[in-house]
Ligand binder design. Structure first.
Ligand code: SAH
Length: 254
């Protein structure tokens, strides 16, 4: 029986992959079970002899049930040499890596986790937002904006009072609701906020404003998932979107 590597592919850009991940993909992988979020540029780094299966999981779209992914991993681990489970960002940050390692352990399959850059930290950085900064905040909270799939709703009032930067994953489709709850929880409506879509990829776009006007800005700019939302003083440090004033520059940058 072989080992299953749970590899974090980072936020998107292939050169943000770790050296360990790149080496395993290019030299060892025989079967790769890849998430939707993994970019084509990264899939192109996989050994040409390897078989790549896309087992998409993305909010709002039909996705492969998690139990099926567990069974696939176990089946391939029993049959093949080196099995890679390739995930966007870091496998242990909203990536179900914990569940997958548990399922593999139950089936007696050895695993190794290769961390990746998580979107919540690397995507804000791509637009000049440091998630912590001594002048503004003493911490950062990474939180999911979804409450589906059997998960409980985050405690928005407590988050509103946390005094930390809030980095919200998977929050775009519920942005209006999240903003309303944070404001009801006591966060001032003029708190700086930003949303960044497809961070580190050629399609990267972002908007910045205040908590209260972020939903309208996201809508006006037509930002779509995957996106990270940042709420807190540090969001004001986002650099202006390239070409946001001049449509011809945006076309060149796209
Ligand atoms: N394990 C991943 C997160 C998976 S959950 C990680 O550590 O980054 C999927 C969510 O991650 C998306 O809905 C979005 O909120 C965020 N995300 C992932 N890649 C992104 C990117 N390139 N740009 C913006 N958000 C991204």
């Amino acid at each position: 029986m072989s080992k299953v590597y749970l590899i974090g592919a980072g936020p998107g850009a292939a050169d943000l992959l770790t050296l360990r991940a790149a080496r395993l993909l290019a030299e060892k992988a025989e079967i790769v079970l890849a998430d939707d979020l993994v970019s084509d540029e990264i899939l192109a780094m996989v050994r040409p002899e390897a078989r790549v299966l896309k087992v998409g999981k993305r909010g709002g779209r039909a996705s492969t049930p998690q139990g099926f992914i567990h069974r696939l991993m176990v089946r391939y681990a029993r049959r093949s040499g080196c099995v890679v489970r390739l995930k966007g960002g870091d496998p242990y940050v909203f990536g179900r890596g914990g569940e997958e390692v548990e399922a593999l352990a139950l089936a007696g399959v050895e695993t190794e986790v290769v961390p990746g850059l998580t979107a919540g930290i690397s995507v804000p950085a791509a637009v000049g937002i440091p998630v912590t900064h001594r002048a503004y905040t003493q911490g950062v909270t990474l939180v999911t904006g979804t409450s589906g799939d059997g998960c409980t709703e985050p405690n928005w009032p407590a988050l509103a009072r946390s005094g930390t930067t809030l980095v919200i994953y998977m929050g775009l489709s519920r942005l209006l609701n999240i903003v309303a709850r944070l404001i009801a929880g006591g966060l001032p409506p003029d708190t700086p906020a930003a949303a960044i879509a497809s961070g580190t990829l050629p399609a990267q776009r972002h908007v910045k404003g205040t908590l209260a006007d972020l939903p309208a800005r996201v809508c006006a700019e037509g930002l779509t998932s995957p996106a990270i939302i940042v709420v807190g003083e540090v969001a004001a440090l986002a650099v202006e979107a390239a070409g946001s004033q001049d449509p011809s520059i945006r076309t060149l940058a796209a």
